[in-house]
Ligand binder design. Structure first.
Ligand code: APR
Length: 250
């Protein structure tokens, strides 16, 4: 049975690469971008998550990002985030978690071998010197943050539509998927490049490809196993039971 095979592969493989999208945080109450029940209070991400929107009206863009920052800081990692942190502990150096999410929940769940391809709502980047620093706690945060190094105005440290991803982070992500024995793609619509290609890169390099998503995606036909399930439930079926993670997932 496919799921037994997938469990065996995950258990025995030394090199596992994971890609997550907004779906893994849906169960923490952080809405997805393209799913039902749109996210943005009357905003459209494409109108706000762009350098042009920021240049036109930085205060408005910061109001939106500050609201998202407060929202994700009220959310908690869910069992799916915790199970991936546990999988990292089991696999060690052979493990890499690449996330498109900017909510910081993987890090708060204990994951450390993480590439945040699209940046993070919890950090700002100086427009003048490029210095990055964490945002203050939500209740003490008044945008825009000023650079602790040069005093310049800082922007959200996220990748906007039309911007390039950090080349080093992308190269690290691609290397992990090119050398993975198992690639695990969870909670992404697999339509936004370059992240959407990572599963295909792994598959063409010979990896065993597993997808966890309640809906089919463009990646589904390529997957060795595509589990029609939510992230926590799907991972609960794929990973060995482990204290403190699985029971909540059932
Ligand atoms: N568990 C797993 N997957 C889920 C769940 C769940 N509980 N609920 C929804 N999903 C799936 C949806 O079926 C969908 O395929 O999560 C996916 C969410 O897709 P998107 O909203 O497109 O999010 P994502 O794929 O992460 O978007 C990629 O697009 O807007 C940009 O930069 C933004 O990082 C984002 C990128």
């Amino acid at each position: 049975m496919e799921i037994q095979e997938a469990r065996k592969r995950l258990d025995s493989s030394a090199r596992v690469a994971v890609l997550t999208g907004a779906g893994i945080s849906a169960e923490s109450g952080v809405p997805t971008f393209r799913g039902a029940g749109g996210l943005w209070e009357g905003f459209r991400p494409e109108e706000l998550a762009t350098p042009e929107a920021y240049a036109r009206d930085p205060e408005k863009v910061w109001r939106w990002y500050a609201a998202r920052y407060r929202q994700v800081m009220q959310a908690e990692p869910n069992p799916a985030h915790r199970m991936l942190a546990q999988l990292e502990r089991a696999k060690g150096d052979g493990f890499l978690l690449v996330t498109q999410n900017v909510d910081g929940l993987h890090l708060r769940a204990g994951s450390r071998r993480v590439v945040e391809l699209h940046g993070s709502l919890t950090r700002a980047r100086c427009e003048r010197c490029g210095h990055r620093q964490p945002l203050p706690p939500p209740d003490a945060f008044e945008p825009p943050p000023l650079c602790e190094r040069c005093g310049g105005r800082m922007r959200p440290d996220v990748v906007w539509f039309g911007e390039f991803l950090d080349a080093e982070l992308l190269a690290r992500a691609e290397r992990a998927f090119m050398t993975a024995e198992v690639a695990l793609v969870i909670g992404t619509s697999a339509v936004v490049e370059p992240a959407a290609s990572l599963g295909r890169i792994a598959k063409s390099a010979g990896a065993y490809l597993i997808e966890v998503n309640p809906e089919p995606t463009p990646l589904t036909p390529l997957a060795d196993l595509s589990l029609r399930a939510g992230a926590a439930h799907g991972l609960g079926r794929l990973l060995p039971d482990d204290a403190g993670t699985r029971e909540e997932a059932e």
